[in-house]
Design a protein around this ligand. Structure first.
Ligand SMILES: Cc1ncc(COP(=O)(O)O)c(C=O)c1O
Length: 418
């Protein structure tokens, strides 16, 4: 089970340590729920992905967790930032990202967002039939065009995006017309963008997408006389959230993507494009562990409920995507996991269940649970349901913990009221 945790996770006696810090001490000092990020894991993931694609570019899917300290850390590793709103752009700017480091997304960008993107000299991914006109008017100089190539990825339907009829991107005919329109308006169209889905279980959908992308790029050359210099393959590499899940290593997938693109573009008679990737989850997902304090324990006929001090407000993925998690009793690691229980959140919904069944040392009030692989799309999707403040996050390394996002207070919530 420790292999689901960050690289620096260790068991010492009866206790879990991350980044050289005892989970118990982190929980006492910063409170719970607490998302603990391991700096070492983020650095090594960033280096592995960059190394895998050589001259290409890796940009972080900021939506996975927009946080200034984390973005700064990734920027130090030579990673760019993909942002999908003016808010995410502001986080990236605060971390120092500018110009070519920024890729701007969105299936419905407004004029203000496009103007902000243009001000930074970002590359804008055009994603609507009339967006070239809006982008040119906003002063956008560089763009990609997002195309959907009709590939159904093997992932939850809510995070599948490359299929026919998707709300993202445009089918080939409309995408080619958009390339033409953008060129006519003087925008430098660097290349094409695809994103087939998230938490992909294998490479099949991406491989098929790359082959179709090369064929589409060839049709653009033939019909428009325009040659794509960049192939942005989006994000999507999965991670393991649960011991039963098997997901290929992201760096291996990135190497396969680079190789597949090289061959597919060569076979289409096109020059090798510069490869861009936009990993979110595979950069920060496994780096994050959420610590929760156990409260009420109810032993009912057929089921034992273990209630934690968070739930769907800090991690809505079980409700959104049927995501499965596991947990470790962080201060009782040496004790036998002799009771199978369900871990429930504290919210007013019966569906607020974080883990359906997990074996733990017979749980009691005050235990500390550590839930691994919770660094992506958890805090980023957190809400204030039931008037709960969103959790704090810390970055740990070599026995030190830095607060990278403070806990929201009830006063924070009240100050929005008029
Ligand atoms: C356009 C785009 N790029 C990158 C990502 C990041 O994906 P992942 O976290 O699966 O790597 C997403 C996720 O939805 C996306 O829509």
């Amino acid at each position: 089970m420790l292999d689901l945790f960050p690289a620096s996770a260790r068991i010492d006696g009866n206790e879990l340590l991350i980044g050289g810090m005892r989970a118990v001490e982190l929980a006492e000092k910063f409170g719970t729920p607490l998302v603990v990020y391991c700096e070492e894991t983020i650095r090594s993931r960033a280096q592995a992905l960059r190394g895998a694609i050589g001259n290409g570019r890796v940009v972080f899917g900021t939506k996975a967790f927009p946080n200034v300290a984390l973005l700064r850390l990734l920027r130090e590793q030579g990673i760019g930032a993909d942002v999908a709103s003016a808010g995410e752009l502001a986080f990236a700017r605060a971390a120092g990202f500018t110009g070519a480091e920024l890729v701007v997304h969105g299936n419905n960008k407004d004029e203000a967002f496009l103007r902000e993107a243009a001000r930074d000299g970002a590359t804008v991914v055009l994603d609507a039939p009339d967006e070239a006109g809006l982008a040119a008017a906003a002063g956008v100089a560089r763009a990609l065009v997002r195309v959907t190539l009709g590939v159904d990825a093997d992932t939850h339907e809510a995070i599948r995006t490359g299929h026919h009829g998707s709300k993202f991107g445009l089918p080939t005919g409309q995408a080619r017309a958009l390339v033409h329109d953008a060129l006519e308006r003087g925008i430098d169209v660097l290349g094409l963008h695809v994103h087939v889905g998230s938490q992909l279980a294998d490479f099949d959908a991406q491989a098929e997408t790359i082959v179709r992308l090369a064929a589409f790029a060839a049709s653009c050359r033939d019909e428009l006389g325009w040659v794509a210099r960049v192939a942005d393959l989006g994000g999507g590499f999965g991670i393991r959230h649960h011991p039963d899940e098997h997901v290929p290593d992201a760096a291996d997938l990135a190497r396969s993507a680079a190789e597949t693109a090289r061959i597919a573009f060569a076979e289409a008679g096109l020059p090798e494009p510069e490869l861009w990737l936009e990993p979110g989850r595979s950069l920060v997902g496994q780096a994050g562990v959420t610590l929760y304090r156990v409260g009420a324990v109810k032993r009912l006929p057929g089921r034992t409920w273990v209630a934690i001090d968070g739930g769907m407000s800090d991690n809505p993925r079980p409700q959104l995507y049927d995501a499965r998690y596991t947990a470790l009793s962080a201060a009782r690691t040496a004790e036998p996991a002799d009771e199978t229980v369900s871990v429930a959140g504290m919210h007013c919904e019966s569906g607020d269940v974080l883990i359906d069944d997990v074996a733990l040392p017979s749980p009691r009030r005050g235990d500390l649970l550590a839930v691994p692989a919770t660094g992506a799309y958890t805090l980023a999707m957190a809400s204030n349901y039931n008037g709960v403040g969103r959790p704090a996050a810390v970055l740990v390394n070599n026995g030190e913990a830095k607060l990278i996002r403070r806990r929201e207070t009830i006063d924070d919530l009240l100050c929005l009221e008029s």
